[in-house]
Design a protein around this ligand. Structure first.
Ligand code: GDP
Length: 459
């Protein structure tokens, strides 16, 4: 695998900190020439003679000119992020200095790193598997407590461990089938079909759990589209403002003034709700309003959760029943919120809509807004997914897992129809292939070795 990659022997260099001016910037080099290159620019000490994981203070000098006073951190491979020799130069944060140091290292033989190349090398050197490498990117991009936690869990290998266990089970299955093939003349039965069924069914359950977690993973990573809908004057803009605690949307007494869809983001318990304020839902002869209504319908279909807000003083219980029916027919994940309870009182509202699953609030008075936030979280966290479980956040993993599941289904169908072992083995290999795609493992490893390590034929 390594041999096919070009440029792998190069020593790469890049600024590891954010672009722009900061107090300090870090320039990272990785590769066989990292030490010689830095040695030629760092007269204070011979870096080759220093221990790994140590810091060294001195000047970076190039063509007789001092560029900066820096601190150099040494990581000798394989005990480094990439598995190669790595040097990090902490310099002053001026973009000019950074650029000068980079140019000096390039002059001495380094090459500018491509995006993700340090992590790619870590993967190629077996420091990380593919899912862990991907989670490094997720971790860097994480913008909420929840997305940070899942990326961190994945980087530590939680997901890989689960996949590894699964792979072992499938290899066992494959091994059993192939043993039968090898010994078919002798009519040896290594595995009764009941055991094979159990193996496949167990694997299917685990994979289904992972596949199901993607909905949650997606919510955690990308946030959830949240539409606040309801008739004009229900108080949608007021609620939006209350939730966001700022006044971006237009609040007006004139019906239907909120014509645009405005997106705002709310962070509740570490989950990002992308709030879409929409024009009111109603029949209208006004063209602009009709476009607004159409947009609203589209948004509702796209939304992960829909907050239906209504004025408790205006609508009847029958209206709400009808609304519920509509949402249920369209398979919408909805939350019913009765607004303006301050007018006639909360008790009166409760009595009026007795038995209906409504959360009563006053957007204007900020009554029960915390409950509304809690309910929103519950709505998107619904299901038996536990945040401690492995959660799939990556669409590539999700797609591959669906392929694994399909292959396993084919194995099961194959067994039901009494397919010969070699055909079953094909489907199993297909599922192993897709699993291997996720972690980046080579899938056609020597299965026979595995058989003999687990089974003793002579006994
Ligand atoms: P939208 O058309 O659904 O966006 O509704 P608005 O947010 O523009 O609100 C319409 C009117 O209802 C405004 O005059 C708001 O001040 C008023 N309103 C909103 N929430 C409440 C509430 O909780 N209680 C009362 N009494 N009035 C409210």
């Amino acid at each position: 695998m390594l041999g096919k990659l070009t440029g792998f022997d190069d020593t790469i260099v890049a600024v590891a900190t954010a672009p722009g001016i900061g107090a300090i910037a870090v320039i990272r080099l990785s590769g066989q020439q990292a030490f010689p290159i830095c040695n030629s620019l760092f007269p204070a000490k011979n870096l080759d003679l220093q221990a790994s994981h140590t810091l060294h203070f001195g000047n970076i000098v190039h063509n007789g000119k001092i560029i900066d006073e820096v601190v150099i951190s040494l990581y000798k491979g394989p005990r480094s992020y990439t598995g190669e020799d790595v040097i990090e130069i902490s310099c002053h944060g001026s973009p000019y200095i950074q650029q000068q140091i980079i140019a000096a290292t390039v002059d001495k033989g380094a090459r500018l790193a491509k995006p993700g190349e340090f992590t790619q090398r870590a993967f190629l050197n077996g420091k990380l598997d593919l899912t862990q490498a991907e989670s490094v990117a997720d971790l860097i991009a994480s913008n909420s407590a929840a997305s940070h936690q899942t990326a961190m869990q994945q980087m530590r290998g939680g997901f890989s461990k689960e996949l590894h266990a699964l792979r072992e089970q499938l290899i066992t299955f494959s091994a059993l089938i192939e043993l039968e093939l090898d010994f078919s003349q002798e009519d040896v039965e290594f595995a009764d079909r009941t055991r094979l069924y159990a193996l496949v069914s167990n694997a299917t359950t685990i994979i289904q759990h992972l596949i199901d977690s993607f909905r949650m993973g997606n919510v955690i990573k990308n946030g959830v589209n949240t539409a606040i809908v309801g008739k004009p004057n229900a108080g949608k803009s007021t609620l939006l403002n209350t939730l966001l605690n700022e006044n971006r949307a237009i609040v007006s007494d004139i019906a239907g003034t909120t014509r645009d869809t405005i997106e705002e983001i709310l962070n509740i318990d570490g989950i990002l709700f992308r709030l879409i304020d929409t024009a009111g839902i109603r029949d209208s002869s006004d063209t602009i309003e009709t476009i607004g209504v159409q947009k609203t319908m589209e948004k509702i279909r796209e939304a992960g959760v829909v907050v239906y807000l209504f004025d408790v003083n205006e609508l009847s219980a029958a209206d709400i029943q009808q609304q519920i029916h509509g949402f249920e027919t369209d398979n919408v994940n909805f939350l019913l919120v009765g607004n303006k309870t301050d007018v006639a009182g909360e008790e009166a509202a409760r009595a009026k809509f007795d038995g209906l699953p409504i959360l009563f609030i006053s957007a204007r008075n900020h009554d029960h807004i915390q409950e509304l936030k809690d309910k929103l979280v519950q709505k998107v966290m619904a299901g038996d997914i536990n945040t401690e479980d492995t959660i799939i956040t990556n669409a590539r993993h999700h797609a591959a897992l669906q392929e694994v599941q399909q292959s396993l289904q084919d194995v099961k169908n194959g067994m039901d129809n009494g397919l010969p072992g070699d055909l079953l083995a094909l489907d199993i290999r297909r599922s192993l292939h897709y699993l291997g795609e996720i972690t980046g493992e080579v899938t056609n490893e020597d299965r026979l070795d595995y058989i003999f390590s687990k089974f003793c034929i002579g006994k």
